[in-house]
Structures are given as C-alpha cells and as structure tokens.
Design a protein around this ligand. Structure first.
Ligand code: ADP
Ligand code: MG
Length: 256
C-alpha cells in the first residue's frame, strides 16, 4: 500500500521569521495525524501549505490521486487542483464562518460541494443534504435557514457536513473544536470520531489540545519553532514523551 499523502522538506518563511522548516511525513489511507504544539509553533502554516492555499518556499507535497498514484501537487493544473479541493479533500476551518457561505442556506452549503462531484438532480441533492444534516445532528427541517440562524456549535457541524458530503479521502482541520463551549466540544469530538471511523477518513488535525489529539489521532507530530521535534503513535508519545519539549507539553507546564 502506498501513502495517501507524502510530504517532504516543507519550508515556509515570513521574512526572517520561520513559519515551518523542513517538515516531512507520510499519511496512510484512513490514518488520523494530529499536529500539536504551542501557539506560534507553525501548525497553521503547515496546514495551509498542505491545503496548497499557501505557497511553500521549498519542499514537496505528493497526493495519491485516484487512478494516478502519488502526484506532486505542484504539477497539477489550477483546474485539477481546485477540483481536488472541492471534492476529494475537505478543509474544516476553526471558525465556521470562514468555511461556510454565510449568505446561502444550510442546504445549499452542503449541496454545493455535492454539485462539484457532478450531482445535478435537485430533489436528490436536497435529500442528501438533509441526510447529512441529520448525520451531524442538525434538524433537517431547518435546511432552508441561513447559517447565521444556527449556534456556533451547529455551524461547526454544518461545516463538517459540507466537507464530508463528497466522501473526501483527506480532510484537513484547523482547531475544529476550539472556540466552542466545553460541553459542545465534547459532543463534537465524539461525532468527529464516529465520522472519521465510519468513513475511514484520513485527516490531519491541528490542535493545541492534547485531549483532542488523544481522542482522534493515531499518530502525533509535535512542532516547536516550525520544526517537528517528535513524532510517533499517539499513546506512545503522550504516555512516554522523548523530547524535553513534548515532556513539557504533556506535563501541561507550557501554557498552550
Ligand atoms: P500556530 O498555528 O502553531 O500558532 P503559525 O503557523 O500561525 O503557528 O505561526 C508560525 C510562525 O509564523 C509564528 O512565529 C508566526 O508569528 C509566524 N507567522 C504566521 N503567519 C504569518 C504571517 N502571515 N506573516 C508573518 N508571520 C507569520
Ligand atoms: Mg494556528
């Protein structure tokens, strides 16, 4: 089996400041990788590079395109890249308002990505959108309401439905549960875990919260100052951290 995603030497500077430096890893189909580290360690930079929304100074991102095998993302045409981002990849923003279209209905938010995969039948798109609303525990009867009419936690679930409706093979998430009430976070985490498991989704999840990483991720990438300082199986890293920085993170001495 080949990796789904193969990243090497990924580097990004902002002027003299390092965003991320020489980051490399492989992600296997169905594997969930959490990127952890304190604020400013380069987590978002890495995720934005992976999503190709940010151009790297150096390094390569290869993705196993269906039927084509590992392909350098930089070699895709703009149209191919956009199609991939709209169908086979998902991106869940920390703030649902950045990942939803706030001026169209909940149903249109979900249906839009479905149309990108070729769905054309209005009734079918609508019923699939309603199925997905139910799946993320939103009332399907509210399909015609605007996102602003939903609470923050519900908007985040809507964003997740929008991203998963096309059955992507890879989902990138930036702090998907941060910014929500603790009680809402717990339920959302359970839901994410259910969805990731039942669809065999591969995901890269950025989080400063080790409890989130523990619950969702098979493997961890610990970042500090833009570099990977430790990587390994989640339980192994959290129960027996090798790098002094990871030991600090785990012992909660660092305020992350
Ligand atoms: P994290 O998501 O882990 O908090 P970031 O990737 O946002 O970390 O930031 C990594 C480093 O890059 C930090 O030193 C940050 O100040 C810097 N940085 C991030 N984005 C920018 C930007 N647009 N311009 C300049 N510096 C940036
Ligand atoms: Mg960040």
């Amino acid at each position: 089996m080949n990796p789904l995603l193969q990243v090497s030497g990924l580097t990004k500077r902002y002027g003299a400041r390092i965003g991320c430096a020489d980051v490399g890893f492989s992600l296997w189909p169905g594997e969930v990788l959490a990127v952890v580290g304190e604020s400013g360690s380069g987590k978002s930079t890495l995720l934005n590079l992976l999503s190709t929304r940010l151009a790297a100074d150096a390094g390569t991102i290869e993705y196993a395109l269906l039927g084509r095998g590992l392909t350098d993302m930089a070699k895709l045409s703009e149209a191919e890249r956009r199609w991939l981002l709209r169908t086979d990849w998902g991106f869940v923003e920390q703030n649902p308002r950045d990942g939803l279209r706030m001026n169209v209905s909940a149903g249109a938010n979900v249906g839009e990505r479905l149309m990108a995969t070729g769905a054309r039948h209005y009734g079918q798109i609508r019923s699939t959108a309603q199925d997905w609303m139910a799946r993320v525990e939103l009332d399907p009867a509210r399909i015609d309401e605007l996102p602003a009419q939903f609470s923050g936690g519900m908007q985040q679930r809507l964003q997740i439905a929008r991203n998963l409706v096309t059955k992507p093979r890879l989902v990138l998430m930036d702090e998907p549960t941060a910014g929500l009430d603790v009680s809402v976070q717990a339920r959302l985490l359970d839901l994410l875990r259910e969805l990731v498991t039942s669809f065999g989704l591969a995901a890269v999840i950025v989080t400063h919260d080790l409890a989130v990483a523990r619950l969702l991720a098979h493997r961890l990438l610990v970042m500090k100052g833009g570099r990977v300082v430790e990587t390994g199986l989640t339980d192994q890293v959290l129960d027996d951290p090798q790098h002094p920085y990871t030991q600090l993170l785990v012992s909660s001495i660092l305020q992350v």
